[in-house]
Design a protein around this ligand. Structure first.
Ligand code: EPZ
Length: 440
């Protein structure tokens, strides 16, 4: 289906090395579960280092539909949770953001009957929530699915249980953790996800007086308590995916970039990969500096659950691979359909072939500017990086995906010397093949 794209586009004049320092914002994938955890405790919650993202606004809309008050002023966000919560979140708000499923655990923990839309799949995969539902049933919730709506309730409140996740699901871990902290008795949660965002949520729950112990590398023991109380405030951890994206903007343009206000130890695997390519990496307490090098060797990456290579940096690294010498390869093991950026990278003349779920990238390739379409948040980031390296002008459409997860990405890139701006009208008419799933 061809249609004229009129959404704002990011317009890039590529080929300029990026130099300088840039500060990272708070982590999208941490602030979202933190926001839903406010359902667990009546009173005023205050978060600092909150990024300005449409996903944060959408999470706020879901909370507002449940009777909470939310207000973001720059990086400060306040939430006031009333004694009684509304029954059901606004279905249209939940439909807009998959992470809305994270209100299920807390609402059940507060003894609510809940109805909310079953999150659909998205362009990167089916993304079922079976592990969330199985675990909540083990905690005593009764859950029915009818016409893509989840009907959930507890007769006499949630009861602690032994739960082993079939796979270390980030959202599954977060939902069950938030359900268990107010359940009666003890819950042992095994095979949990270890992403840093999980531990930011644990630290906030403990500040609210939840009883949580890590009894083994991938195991938590949670003892339910009667009531939780908001702490004075909490600062969201830095966004490791944004930090990695900005570092790779320096790498792909043969520049030198320092990323500040970040947590280097959250990016160990990425930094080791960049060193394997030949980039010089210097780290301090809260900064990472990437220095250019004449050597830019091809490498192989295989995404995996944390602490493996982050799937959320796969598209960006693949863009970088087009500029490395030799044949690189990428295996994506977390999501079943996370190669959609490849067809768009090929519009920029990238040389990429996929055989048996592995992408093979030849480099270095002289990328040529073109009009491309972001199909999801991280694919969009990969296309921006490729546009920065390409000769000539690149317009990246589908920027509504990017503003979900990056706080002023183009502004940050401009501070590093990139020639990039966000404009409403496309610079030239755009006819881009829109496949059904990304027309949503
Ligand atoms: C979180 O998604 C992140 N989102 C994703 O970031 C990230 O890619 C993902 O974790 C993996 O790290 C947020 O934190 C808001 P999962 P989540 O449950 O929780 C399967 C971004 O770009 N699965 O760990 O949905 C699932 O299909 C986004 O910032 C089940 O089979 O991820 C997937 O293949 C994209 N059943 C795998 O597990 C379930 O019940 C990992 O999913 C749940 C998940």
């Amino acid at each position: 289906m061809h249609e004229k794209i009129t959404s704002p586009s990011l317009n890039i004049k590529g080929g300029q090395p990026l130099y300088g320092e840039v500060c990272v914002s708070g982590a999208k994938n941490s602030v979202l579960p933190l926001l839903f955890s406010t359902l667990l405790a009546e009173g005023e919650h205050e978060f600092h280092n909150v990024p300005c993202l449409t996903d944060v606004t959408m999470a706020g809309d879901i909370l507002t539909s449940l009777g909470l008050f939310t207000k973001q002023e720059g990086p400060r966000l306040r939430v006031i949770t009333p004694p009684e919560l509304g029954k059901c979140p606004d279905p249209s708000a939940v439909k807009k953001m998959r992470a809305g499923i994270l209100c299920l655990g807390p609402l059940l923990a507060r003894g609510n009957e809940v109805q909310l839309p079953l999150p659909g799949g998205c362009v990167i995969g089916k993304r079922p929530v079976d592990l969330h539902l199985e675990g909540l049933r083990k905690l005593g919730a009764s859950l029915e699915i009818k016409d893509n709506l989840i009907y959930a309730k507890t007769e006499k409140g949630l009861k602690g249980s032994e739960i082993t996740l079939k796979l270390p699901s980030v959202g599954g871990t977060e939902n069950l953790l938030m359900a268990a902290v107010l359940a009666e008795g003890k819950t042992r949660l095994q095979n949990i996800a270890l992403e840093p965002e999980i531990f930011d949520l644990i630290s906030y729950l403990k500040k609210m007086s939840a009883l949580i112990k890590q009894t083994a590398p991938r195991e938590l023991l949670i003892e339910g308590v009667e009531k939780l109380t908001p702490p004075p405030s909490h600062s969201v951890i830095p966004d490791r995916i944004e930090a990695g994206t900005l570092l790779m903007a320096g790498a792909i343009t043969k520049g030198e970039v320092t990323v500040k206000n970040c947590e280097p130890k959250h990016l160990t695997v990425l930094l080791n990969k960049l060193k394997e390519c030949g980039f010089i990496i210097e780290t301090g307490e809260t900064h990472i500096a990437l220095k250019k090098s004449s050597v830019r060797k091809s490498v192989h990456i295989k995404t995996h659950y944390y602490p493996g290579f982050p799937t959320d940096l796969q598209a960006q690294f693949m863009a970088l691979m087009t500029q490395l010498e030799g044949l690189s390869s990428v295996e994506e093991t977390v999501f079943e359909n996370r190669f959609r950026h490849i067809s768009e990278l090929k519009r920029l003349k990238a040389d990429i072939e996929v055989t048996n779920q592995t992408a093979h990238i030849k480099g270095p390739t002289l990328l040529k500017g073109a009009n491309v379409e972001a199909t999801d948040l991280r694919a969009g980031a990969g296309l921006v990086l490729a546009g920065l390296a390409a000769e000539g002008e690149t317009s990246v459409f589908g920027t509504h995906h990017l503003i979900r997860g990056y706080d002023n990405l183009h502004g940050k890139l401009q501070t590093l010397g990139a020639s990039i701006d966000l404009s409403d009208s496309p610079k030239k008419p755009v006819n881009i093949e829109i496949s059904p799933e990304n027309a949503v």
